[in-house]
Design a protein around this ligand. Structure first.
Ligand code: B12
Length: 492
């Protein structure tokens, strides 16, 4: 059997990093972990290939080769997924679809032959058995959550790693919290399910053996969902593993209560984590109560962010406007908070209600849902009727993004962050691409750009005040360029 795994293209969004990746001559952020994991669950004797449309094209020869196309994706990849499906139909190749897009919207894809939905650890085997017996069904689904200690090591070798800037691995699924707008617990449950430290070390060994030395993204919904296991098993194992390695910095997603646990924080930094994404959402306490974000309440959020930065973690943050408790002052409040916190990568979105969430159910009862969500929470769209009125919300949203991603505010924020940040000592891995990226940044942002004054302001500030952080400052300048392009494209 010949299986072609196809990953649809991401549009030009905040997280695509398309404009930044050009500086390091990379084509995409990370290879598609879902498809590579599914590939490892297929019979070893089957032939498998990956076509990630973010790094290459799907050719007629690819389709002619395949017996089946296995397609994955998120809602934001819907349009590209539709094109792939049309081409498969034209070429007469059967399609098996899975992953978040299809798990949530399979009824919108009548052309797909088989849906293997939810987590493949439970739904793939029944499909494969039925296929072998000649009576494969159209839909395989489950309401259970599998034990991921049986999940195999993903087949990273199918991906052409030279095109990517990062690589994803997964330690846990699920989140213990209950934020009313989030669909993670719906998709993956409340009780964090964990892999063993042995599994993770085997995965890292595999990646390292492939020659990978750059960043590794632990794509957990909340990496600190089970602190005890982290402290006693995984983090000590990672610290040991790292001793004879170069490069391989880690980043992940955590809740803000990491700031309350100095021991855990210290172990994470020792283990090689240097960046965390945190759902901050809002400085408005009434809105935190409204959305049931209990872990963010009763604390000085700016101070909690600084605790993480001082310990050696760059903090990226998610922010939301449009809660019922938000008034016209929220926009300036968010701007002030973001600038003060030194959260350089600030993902600000309008409140959206993903189907099935508590928020969705409440707004449905109140007759305040309007359409489907776009899948990109930074395109200025929403599926809800906000209490403050859509026009005021959009106007305020535009104001936030225009302000925080203006070259001046952005550079000020990077400096605020670099003042606070205490980077851990790590064995640095240098790539020629990084030196070339510096050259490209000087040319594009320091010479050609009308905003060059801010480029040189940060360049010299860092060289004189925090020289060790110079490479990070250049990276963040390049990110800023990307964010400005995306904000201009979608919002302003
Ligand atoms: C890592 C990640 C990212 C990375 C992606 C990097 C990459 N290229 O892989 C980044 C940071 C870029 C990202 C961005 C976004 N993300 Co994201 N992301 C995740 C996260 C945390 C992990 C994904 C992952 O790798 N999981 C591990 C693998 C093993 O799981 P999996 O892909 O689900 O695959 C399993 C099954 O789904 C199934 N499966 C998957 N594909 C297939 C295919 C077949 C054929 C079969 C049989 C089975 C199958 O089998 C696998 C094993 O069980 C998930 C949450 C989560 N825990 O899944 C959110 C998630 C996927 N993201 C989500 C969203 C909304 C976004 C953004 C839109 C956010 C935003 N604000 O803009 C952006 C969009 C991306 C963009 N470029 O514009 C949503 C998607 C919801 C949806 N319906 O689409 C999720 C589910 C989070 C959530 N709260 O709901 N994201």
């Amino acid at each position: 059997m010949k299986i072609l795994m196809v990953y649809p293209e991401f549009p030009d969004t905040f997280w695509s990093f398309k404009h930044a990746l050009k500086f390091v001559h990379k084509k995409a952020g990370a290879p598609p972990l879902g498809l590579l994991t599914v590939a490892a669950m297929l019979p070893a004797a089957w032939q498998k290939r990956l076509v990630d449309l973010n790094v290459t094209k799907l050719t007629p020869a690819d389709l002619a080769w395949a017996d089946y196309v296995f397609i994955s994706g998120m809602t934001v990849q819907r349009e590209s997924a539709r094109m792939v499906i049309t081409r498969c139909k034209e070429a007469g190749v059967k399609i098996v679809a899975g992953g978040p897009l299809f798990t949530m919207e399979h009824d919108l894809f009548p052309e797909v032959d088989h849906f293997v939905l939810n987590e493949a650890e439970l739904t793939l085997q029944p499909f494969l058995s039925d296929l072998a017996n000649g009576h494969a069904q159209r839909i395989y689904t489950t309401t259970e959550y599998p034990d991921i200690q049986n999940t195999p090591v993903p087949l990273w070798r199918l991906a052409d790693l030279k095109h990517y800037e990062s690589i994803s691995i997964q330690f846990s699924r699920g989140c213990p919290f209950n934020c009313d707008f989030c669909n993670v617990t719906l998709l993956l449950g409340h009780r964090p399910r964990l892999k063993t430290a042995i599994q993770i070390i085997a995965e890292l060994d595999d990646i390292y053996a492939l020659g990978w030395r750059k960043g590794v993204f632990f794509v957990d919904d909340n990496f600190i969902g089970n602190k005890k296991q982290l402290k006693t098993e995984l983090l000590p194992a990672l610290i040991e593993w790292r001793k004879d390695k170069v490069g391989m910095s880690f980043n992940t997603e955590v809740s803000i209560n990491l700031a309350d646990d100095p021991e855990l924080l210290d172990l994470m930094v020792q283990a090689g984590f240097n960046t965390v994404f945190v759902g901050i959402e809002t400085p408005n306490v009434d809105s935190l109560v409204e959305c049931n974000k209990s872990q963010n309440k009763g604390r000085d959020l700016v101070e909690s962010v600084k605790v993480l930065q001082r310990a050696g973690l760059q903090v990226q943050g998610g922010f939301i406007v449009g809660f019922d408790n938000d008034t016209s002052t929220i926009f300036q409040q968010q701007i002030d908070f973001i600038q003060k916190s030194g959260i350089v990568t600030a993902m600000v979105g309008l409140l959206q209600a993903p189907p099935g969430t508590h928020l969705y159910q409440r707004l449905k009862r109140e007759g305040r849902l309007v359409k489907d969500i776009s899948g990109d929470n930074m395109d200025g769209s929403t599926n809800i009727i906000p209490r403050m009125g859509l026009a005021s919300l959009r106007e305020g949203y535009r104001k936030i993004l225009a302000q925080i991603y203006s070259p001046k505010s952005y550079t000020d924020r990077v400096i605020t962050f670099l003042r606070e940040y205490q980077p851990p000592r790590a064995k640095v891995h240098w790539e020629p691409q990084y030196v070339l990226a510096l050259g490209r940044s000087i040319y594009r942002l320091g010479i050609l750009s009308v905003e060059r004054v801010h480029y040189w302001r940060l360049f010299f500030w860092t060289l004189f005040r925090r020289p060790r952080l110079f490479p990070l400052a250049i990276t963040l300048t390049i990110y800023g360029f990307h964010f400005r392009q995306v904000v201009k494209l979608h919002v302003i």
